[in-house]
Design a protein around this ligand. Structure first.
Ligand SMILES: [Fe+2]
Length: 348
């Protein structure tokens, strides 16, 4: 940064002989100087202009040097203040330093020494301002970058949701009986997860897992997937492959890594008689146990080709009858509470 003068000085003393001689001397050295005859007049000057250094006497009428020091700093913390005191009044000088003065200079004035103090004071004031400016610029840059990242993040999330929606639509085109099923499972799984204290990110994860849990059905032959009657044991085995198909598809996408196991194990049973791995109890990932309950509830309360829907009361009864065998009993009880509180969604 280029400066037009060596620095802007404010010289404050009620002795005119001192202000005059200082003004003349330092103007000649290339400083731009203003003069004030007491603290109050100096305060007015400080309000109008920014100074690099203020040289001030301590004992003055209207406002003394101590009060002026405090006032100057309250306006501009970068100003360097040099207090001039009679040698006998060293205590005042110390107090001024304590209050934030940059340095002190004993009277009578020794120009050579005072010139060094002033030059250092100007340098300090400019460094403080440059640092503040740098910090402000940096903060502004950080704020701008954060905003940009937030915007990008929002776009990414939007694309992510569009991708998920497209994947769900692809599954549902094939099997019209699952239409809406994924969304209801997602919503109900999120409601249950919210009840047991999942974080906002985890809730988003379980919701996405709910949307995608059956997408592997895309790989099941139509004659089995769309069969209206009961499956033969062989057909059931093929149908069960949809869990590994779902997980296989999702494993190719980094952002689905955290929910892969929820999807893969959503047909595990609490008693270990489920598929694909026969996991039991807490071996089954919590997200998968949640999905399994939401999935079961929706299967019970929605119309399928080979069975009619049942009422919510009947669903509650059935859910509790399989608590501890098919599903996690604690989660089942929590889910029943959600049903009773009307916090779940059902078909139609
Ligand atoms: Fe499934």
């Amino acid at each position: 940064m280029a400066y037009l003068t060596k620095g802007r000085l404010l010289i404050v003393d009620d002795e005119e002989s001192i202000t005059k001689v200082l003004e003349r001397r330092f103007s000649r050295e290339g400083y731009s100087c203003e003069v004030a005859a007491d603290g109050a007049k100096a305060a007015d000057q400080l309000k109008l202009h920014q100074f690099d250094v203020m040289i001030t006497d301590v004992r003055m009428p209207n406002m003394d040097g101590m009060k002026l020091t405090e006032f100057a700093h309250s306006l501009d913390s970068s100003i360097s203040i040099v207090v001039m005191t009679a040698f006998a009044d060293l205590a005042s000088a110390m107090e001024a330093i304590h209050k934030g003065a940059f340095d002190y200079h004993p009277k009578p004035v020794e120009f050579e020494k005072l010139a060094v103090v002033i030059a250092n004071g100007v340098e300090r004031a400019r460094l403080v301002r440059e640092r503040a400016e740098y910090t402000a610029t940096l903060e502004k840059k950080v704020a701008e970058r954060t905003k940009e990242l937030e915007k990008k993040n929002l776009q990414l999330r939007k694309h992510f949701l569009e991708t998920v929606t497209a994947l769900v639509a692809a599954t549902e085109v094939k099997d019209k009986y699952t239409e809406g099923h994924s969304k209801r499972v997602a919503a109900n799984a999120r409601a249950l997860a919210g009840r047991i204290g999942f974080s906002p990110e985890e809730l988003e994860g379980i919701y996405t897992a709910g949307l995608l849990h059956d997408m592997g059905k895309i790989g099941i032959p139509d004659e089995i997937l769309l069969k209206p009657g009961i499956f033969s044991p062989e057909e059931r085995e093929v149908m069960q492959d949809h869990t590994t198909f779902s997980a296989g598809i999702l494993s190719n996408v980094e952002m689905f890594r955290d929910i892969l196991h929820f999807v893969l194990y959503h047909h595990e049973r609490y008693d270990g008689k489920g598929y694909p791995a026969g996991l039991s109890g807490d071996q089954i990932p919590l997200g998968a146990r949640i999905l399994s309950i939401a999935d079961l509830f929706d299967a019970m309360t929605s119309t399928r080709p080979h069975k009619a829907r049942i009422t919510q009361d009947a669903a509650i009864e059935e859910m509790m009858s399989v608590a501890g065998t098919q599903v996690d009993p604690k989660l089942a009880r929590e889910f029943v509470r959600l049903i009773r509180e009307n916090l779940v969604v059902t078909e139609g």
